[in-house]
Design a protein around this ligand. Sequence first.
Ligand SMILES: *Cc1c(COP(=O)(O)O)cnc(C)c1O
Length: 368
Amino acid sequence: MTVPLLDLTRQNEPLLPEMRGVFEQVVLSGRYVLGTHVEVFEQRLAACCGAKYAVGVSSGTDALLLSLMAMKIGPGDEVITSPFTFFATAGCIARAGARPVFVDIDPTTFNLDAELIEAAITPKTKAIIPVHLYGQAAEMSPIMQIARQHGLKVIEDAAQAIGAKDAGGVVGSLGDVGCFSFYPTKNLSTLGDAGACTTNAPALAERLVALRVHGQEAKYHHTYVGGNFRIDALHAALLSVKLPHLDGWTDARRANAQRYSEMLAGLPVVSPVQGPDKYHVYNQYTIRVLDGQRDPLCEHLKGKGIGHEVYYPIPLYLQPCFAGLGLDATDFPQTQQACREVLSLPIYPELAMEEQGLVIAAIRSFFK
Ligand SMILES: *Cc1c(COP(=O)(O)O)cnc(C)c1O
C-alpha cells in the first residue's frame, strides 16, 4: 500500500454535488470573470481573515506582485524577505523592478529571523515580506514594530497559512497587505489557479482593485498601469463551497501533526515547533532529519511508496536568476542547513490513520 503526499480527490469528491450546483449557476449567470460570485467570496474571505477588504486575484504570485505595485515599489527600491520560501516571494520583488534583500531564518520556525532584519535595512528599503512558512505565522509583532519604526510596508506572504494566527490575530490582517494562494496544494484550494489580497486600508484596497483591471478606475480611464490580475467567477464560487469546511480541515491537519510528533519522538528527527502564541495550520508537516540522513531517508521512503517532498532544496540566493545579486551562502547558515535537512510528510486532512501509521513505520524502519 502506498501513501500519496497529497490526494485532492478525497476532499473534492464529497463536495462534487455542491460544486456541480455552483458550476451550473456560474454557467447560467453568463458572467465568468469577477462579478457577484467573486464579491461574495471576497466578503467571506475578508471575514475569515479578520480583514476589512479582500480582493480576489489570479494567483498567489499575482497577489504578491499586485501588492508591490499598489505600494509603488519598483526600480531603486529594496525589499527584505526570506531566502527559504517558494520562488514566487522573491521572484515578484524582482519582477516589480526592486531588489530582493535576503535575511536568514530562525532555525526553530523556518521563518524570517526578526533579530536580523534591522541590520539589512538601508535608505532604499521600502518593505518587508515575511512568509508564514508551512502554515505558521512569522514573528509579526517584532516585524511590525521594526517596520513602523523605519517607515516600511509589510506584505504578508500567507500563501501557505490561511487561518494561521499569532498573538496579534489572524494572518492576512497583521501587515499592510496579506497575500493568499488557492492553488491546489494550499489549505483552501480551487480547481486551478487563484489568489487574493487582504488589507485593512481602504486606499490600498482601492488601488488593488484598480490595478487588477489594468489600473482602470472608471471604464477606459487608466489611473495606473496595472494588468490582468482578475479571478474567475467559477473559482470564487468553488472557493465559497469549500471555505465553510476550512476550520474542520485545519483541525484534522493539526491532529495529524500532533500524532506525528508523538510517534516520531525518540528518533533522530526534529518535529516542527509551534511557537508560543502561534496557531499553526500545517500546510506542510516538515521535519528536520539529522546526521546527514535526509537524502538516504528519502530513498528509503520512495522504495516503500511513501509520498514525501523537500520544500525547499535550493535557497533563493543560489538560484541562477539571482546570481547578479552577488550573494554568498556563508551569510545564511540557517537556510543552508535547512535546505539539507528538511523533509515534508503527508499531512492532508483526509489522510487515514492507517496511512499515517505506514508513514511512521517506514521512518522507524529506516532508523532501526
Ligand atoms: C504557493 C505559494 C506562492 C504562490 O502562489 P501561486 O498561487 O502558486 O501563484 C507564493 N508564496 C508561497 C510561500 C507559496 O507557497
